[in-house]
Ligand binder design. Structure first.
Ligand SMILES: Cc1cc2nc3c(=O)[nH]c(=O)nc-3n(C[C@H](O)[C@H](O)[C@H](O)COP(=O)(O)OP(=O)(O)OC[C@H]3O[C@@H](n4cnc5c(N)ncnc54)[C@H](O)[C@@H]3O)c2cc1C
Length: 471
């Protein structure tokens, strides 16, 4: 083994969190090493998560648009459609991303090493390559960005052939005729709506009466209605008694109320768990918490102040956007650079069909903090752009304080929701008033017009309250 290599910062994991941490370190003039156990860079975001699922989603939406545009023709997918034909752009997207990221790392002078990393002590990392070679690294600061993997409870026999998780789902060769999904979180709901649109008979099963408990339930109701319109079926308030492959044709799921669901395939989407096992954290004096991850303070510092942990490995929300921001902030903190306070307003985007997004307080949170907050609604059917594109179902909710002046949050369901929410995000960050959405002239026809409609709704309610108070 060669002598240890000294760096200013060593980062473990080249997913979104690790990459942004590395780039921040290098841009600040530091010597940075990025250690990644896989051959490619990009983490689960690129290979098993965000990019593959959104590529399949784009194909489903494209097929749906074709179907709607050619109503005069009979248009349907072949019964034995191959998943690869729906993911034909994936390789190209992943390749482009990989090339772009590699160039960015090289351009910034970041040293990329491939191998599995573990702590030897709180100042030394050992990395083992696939051929067994070992290399030691020392540094002033460390960033752990090792991400997460699907949480598969022992009682569910995930075999990655009939009973799959989100890492193995897209390795299916053919589009199944039926798919049962356990778990009504983001991943379960996204895949449920994508496969339903592709004509698969989807049953989504969850403990809760409605899925996506952390989202505004008025938005979720619209999602569930659309999912069921596309042939999907949501089974809420259910527990799972057993799941097994019958050895011939079906996965058989026995529910708590005695119902039996038979499906060709099953997706287990019961959350994520942090990748901590390989890291030998004890050697660095770090302890895993009750949730199986590392606890960190607001600067992403672990109990060892020179060791930071960022991204999925520190827990929810498991979002690439959050992971990148934490990577960047952790390194800025380590280097005593100003970090700003953007982290309090991270938007949530859920790429179901239709998609959903949220920033700031929703109606329920606002009601808990204020008496009688005001809620302005803009239904997409009132917005010309949505009428033109045939995407009439959608809703933008604007949440304001009881005086109707101060903007508290925005929630959107419908076409372009994940883009549209950023207007609200900027307004919130700038402390804009509800009235500013009326004072501004928006392009016409646009979805952004929904902001104006919702703001007018709030001002209308303010006027009514004032009239009632004066009477
Ligand atoms: C199906 C699905 C859809 C998703 N859709 C979205 C979406 O639309 N929008 C969004 O924002 N987020 C989405 N996400 C979440 C997003 O992918 C994650 O939040 C993001 O990838 C987390 O980044 P990370 O850098 O923390 O971890 P990862 O991306 O998991 O990267 C961790 C890296 O660390 C490496 N590593 C682990 N252990 C070691 C070790 N010991 N030594 C060396 N290297 C190691 C891994 O190989 C990996 O490359 C989705 C996730 C899934 C599963």
């Amino acid at each position: 083994m060669s002598a240890p290599i000294a760096f200013d910062i060593v980062i473990i994991g080249a997913g979104p969190a690790g990459q942004k941490a590395a780039i921040q370190g290098a841009k600040s003039g530091k010597r940075v090493a990025l250690l990644e156990r896989e051959r490619g860079i990009g983490g689960s975001c690129v290979y098993r998560g965000t990019i593959p699922s959104k590529t399949l989603r784009e194909s489903a939406l494209h097929l749906d648009r074709l179907r709607r545009a050619s109503a005069a023709f009979e248009f349907s997918l072949k019964p034995d459609a191959e998943i690869s034909s729906l993911l034909s752009r994936l390789e190209e997207v992943v390749q482009t991303h990989d090339t772009y990221m590699s160039k960015q790392l090289r351009r910034n002078g970041i040293s990329l090493f491939h191998g599995r990393a573990r702590f030897l002590n709180d100042r030394t990392i050992e990395m083992q390559t696939v051929d067994g070679a070992r290399q030691h690294f020392t540094a002033d600061h460390f960033v752990i960005a090792t991400g997460s993997r699907p949480r598969n409870p022992q009682e569910i026999p995930v075999d990655h052939e009939h009973i799959l998780d989100s890492d193995s789902l897209l390795s299916m060769i053919y589009l199944p005729r039926s798919l049962a999904i356990i778990g009504g979180g983001v991943i379960g709901c996204e895949y449920a709506s994508i496969f339903a649109l592709l004509g698969v008979e989807v049953t989504l099963i969850d403990r809760a009466k409605a899925p996506l408990q952390f989202m505004d339930q008025e938005l979720v109701a619209q999602f569930v209605a659309s999912f069921e319109q596309h042939g999907g079926h949501y089974l809420g308030g259910q527990s799972i008694q057993s799941v097994q492959w019958d050895g011939a044709t079906h996965v058989v799921t026995l529910l708590g109320d005695g119902q039996i669901i038979k499906s060709e395939k099953m997706l287990v989407a019961l959350g994520r768990q942090a990748n901590v096992e390989d890291l030998n954290l004890g050697a660095a004096g770090l302890e895993v918490n009750g949730k199986g991850s590392l606890s960190v303070n607001q600067f992403c510092q672990t109990t060892a102040p020179h060791i930071y942990a960022v991204g999925d490995m520190v827990g929810a929300p498991a979002l690439a956007s959050k992971a990148m921001e934490q990577g960047r902030r952790a390194v800025r903190h380590a280097l005593n650079l100003p970090i700003g306070d953007a982290a309090s307003t991270i938007p949530i985007g859920v790429y179901t069909i239709p998609e959903m997004a949220s920033i700031g307080l929703d109606e329920k949170m606002a009601s808990e903090r204020f008496r009688n907050p005001l809620v302005g609604r803009a239904k997409f059917e009132e917005v010309a752009r949505a009428q033109i594109s045939g995407a009439g179902h959608g809703l933008l909710k604007m949440i304001a304080d009881p005086s109707g002046e101060r903007l508290l949050g925005i929630q959107v369901v419908g076409d372009s929701a994940t883009e549209l929410v950023h207007i609200g995000q900027m307004a919130l960050q700038q402390g804009a008033l509800v009235e500013s959405f009326i004072d501004n002239v928006f392009n016409f026809p646009t979805y952004a017009e929904a902001y104006r409609v919702a703001a007018l709704d709030i001002l209308g309610q303010v006027a009514k309250r004032q009239t009632a108070a004066a009477a």
